[in-house]
Design a protein around this ligand. Structure first.
Ligand code: HPA
Length: 249
């Protein structure tokens, strides 16, 4: 029997471990050929749609960005019938339009991570894929997210370049200056290899970035110290409109 259709899979990032608005929730945690996902996948309904939710770092935020099994997370969502994945990523803002509490749907990315398993072509004998990645996020899913935001009256910046860093430490001011010169608007630690793996697996994939803080040295107070509490407070405030948006995608 094939898995029942999932309209949208959502991967939650830092500060977003549950989707409280999901109804009639059932949990699944399929083992995949890449191992186990970060935690249970909660499948339920929201706005009449079937949504699957997975906390990327685990529901207790126990996994640092470099230890997340990105392949297992995406393969597990695919195994339960997901075809479209919306990644929620908590980020720092680098350029002017991306201050704390802004929501953005980036259209480009630069990968600064290292040492992560970033392909499904690892097993001996597996086919080597050279997927097109010029446009890293799926255009039709981005369009659906932007339309849903408009419908739900949630302000969402269209576009921007996401720079994925290794973490788990935050960046130096010099690193953020370099990223700005490179063309990055946002900085986060989990955008890659997730987006590339989704492309290899044939999943539609888009990112909804939640700006939690100005990246190091990028805000009006260059000496500002970024605290976890600020990050969590801003994510909570910026996420208020998310359930309506997700139900409309
Ligand atoms: N840098 C990297 N990742 C982040 C940040 C940041 O400033 N804020 C939230 N996630």
């Amino acid at each position: 029997m094939s898995a029942p259709a999932i309209d949208l899979a959502v991967i939650g990032g830092t500060g977003l471990y549950r989707l409280a608005e999901l109804q009639d929730v059932q949990s699944q945690q399929p083992e995949t050929r890449y191992g186990a996902p970060s935690g249970p996948i909660r499948v339920g309904t929201l706005g009449g749609r079937r949504i699957a939710f997975l906390a990327r770092h685990g529901e207790g935020h126990s996994l640092p960005p470099h230890q997340i099994n990105y392949r297992a997370n995406l393969a597990a969502l695919q195994a339960i019938g997901a075809r479209r994945v919306l990644a929620l990523n908590t980020v720092g803002g680098i350029t002017e339009r991306f201050g704390p509490r802004v929501l953005a749907c980036p259209d480009q990315l630069i990968d600064y991570t290292w040492g992560r398993i970033s392909t499904i072509c690892e097993e001996p004998g597996s086919e080597v894929l050279h997927v097109d990645f010029g446009e890293p996020y799926t255009r039709s899913l981005r369009a659906a997210v932007l339309a849903a935001a408009a419908q739900a009256s949630v302000a969402l910046v269209d576009g921007g370049c996401y720079g994925a860093t290794q973490g788990p430490r935050l960046e130096t001011r010099a690193e953020i200056l370099r990223m700005r010169r490179d063309g990055c608007d946002l900085v986060g630690m989990t955008g890659m290899p997730e987006a590339g793996l989704a492309r290899e697996l044939g999943l539609d994939y888009a990112c909804l970035a939640i700006v939690a803080n100005w990246a190091a040295g990028a805000g009006p107070d260059p000496d500002e110290v970024i605290t976890l509490q600020d990050v969590l407070d801003n994510v909570a405030a910026a996420s208020a409109g998310l359930p309506a948006l997700l139900g409309a995608v």
